[in-house]
Write a protein that binds this ligand. Structure first.
Ligand code: FAD
Length: 322
């Protein structure tokens, strides 16, 4: 709830409380929107739970719950299940003391400054990264390198509540997931697609030279927001070096001169957690290389071990767990 006190946390660590909150939200809230689950959605659900059972680095009680849901699902030979029946498994299992997924959410690293910011989508990304990293470090040779990515892709397509996000993610997957041919490239694929999303929805830092800036306009109207009417008009006199605008403006500045404006997508960016190309140079300087011509390039040989360590199960913090 919004009244919860802010939980201090380390911004460069992963928290189990976020991962468990994500599982709670996914299994008890997001799936609950589907009264009956059948066809492709049922296949997606089975794969999702099976991948979680294999790779989620959870506490024993949570793993027991996942295993019990997994074996129940694998035994469902009919073409459909009701959410109610699944919910019974989630709740019945919880009656045994060694099997439980904590009720409710307790966001830590994914806390947002507003109820609609961060939280579940942040938890979902974190969970997906952790799973690709776990698959790389634990799955035996010969395992399908796309196992985790395919399961995620199908979950997102069938269930992820943000439908424009799901559509966008599906487009990226269709475009380039075939290139993934190892568990390492799966880790890197997810990292680079996440950065694409960050880039797409980032606050735009624009340089206006007194005329309509088409680059600005493209930046301000991401494809999935094209139904939002550009309404705000920013007069240069109202521009300071940093302006936050709640609606996407049609940007014409009337007088010449250069104004740096910072426009934030009020829909998805938490001002305290600006979208960046991640990891920042502060987090991993070796991940970044800048060529003579000042062009930025990622050093993937450094990015991969960075991700393997950042999302590794042994570094996940257990603060704030019940
Ligand atoms: P998030 O982007 O959620 O990231 C969570 C954490 O992961 C960060 O705090 C950081 O520690 C780490 N991180 C950041 N970048 C990377 C990276 N490249 N690799 C590894 N770790 C990283 N919102 C939209 O508005 N439009 C969309 O199209 C859209 N598509 C989405 C698709 C999916 C599959 C998901 C899960 C979410 C999508 N969202 C989309 C939501 C959006 O990406 C963010 O999750 C949300 O805005 C919350 O942002 P955040 O600041 O908590 O950081």
């Amino acid at each position: 709830s919004t009244e919860e006190p802010w939980r201090p946390f380390n911004r460069s660590r992963v928290y189990m409380a976020d991962l468990e909150s994500t599982l709670h939200y996914s299994l008890r809230v997001e799936l609950a929107a589907h009264t009956v689950i059948r066809g492709n959605a049922l296949v997606s659900l089975k794969k999702y739970i099976s991948v979680l059972t294999k790779y989620f680095p959870g506490r024993p009680v949570v793993m027991n719950l996942l295993r019990s849901v997994d074996s129940w699902l694998q035994n469902q030979s009919g073409g459909e299940i009701t959410y109610e029946a699944l919910r019974k498994i989630l709740d019945n299992s919880a009656q045994s003391p060694d099997t439980a997924l904590p009720e409710g959410v307790r966001w830590v690293g994914c806390q947002g400054s507003q109820p609609h910011l961060r939280r579940f989508p942040c938890g979902m990304w974190t969970l997906f990264h952790v799973l690709t990293v776990q698959a790389k470090s634990t799955s035996p040779r010969g395992t399908d390198p796309k196992e985790v990515l395919s399961a995620m892709r199908n979950y997102v397509r069938s269930f992820f509540g943000c439908r424009p996000c799901a559509e966008h993610f599906e487009n990226m997957a269709r475009e380039s997931m075939v290139e993934v041919d190892s568990t390492s490239s799966a880790v890197l694929w997810l990292w680079s697609r996440h950065n694409r999303v960050n880039n797409r929805i980032a606050a735009c830092v624009l340089n206006s030279r007194g005329q309509k800036d088409t680059r600005a306009f493209m930046c301000l109207l991401p494809r999935h927001l094209n139904t939002i009417q550009p309404t705000a008009f920013i007069h240069p006199s109202s521009l300071s070096s940093s302006v936050r605008v709640a609606v996407f403006p049609s940007f014409h500045s009337q007088s010449p001169g250069t104004h740096i404006i910072r426009l934030t997508s009020a829909l998805s960016e938490d001002p305290n957690f600006p979208k960046i190309q991640w990891p920042s140079p502060e987090m991993c300087s070796a991940c970044h290389t800048v060529r003579d011509n000042r062009e930025h390039k990622w050093n993937k040989e450094q990015v991969l071990p960075f991700l393997m360590s950042y999302f590794s199960s042994s570094r996940i913090l257990t603060d704030y767990l019940e």
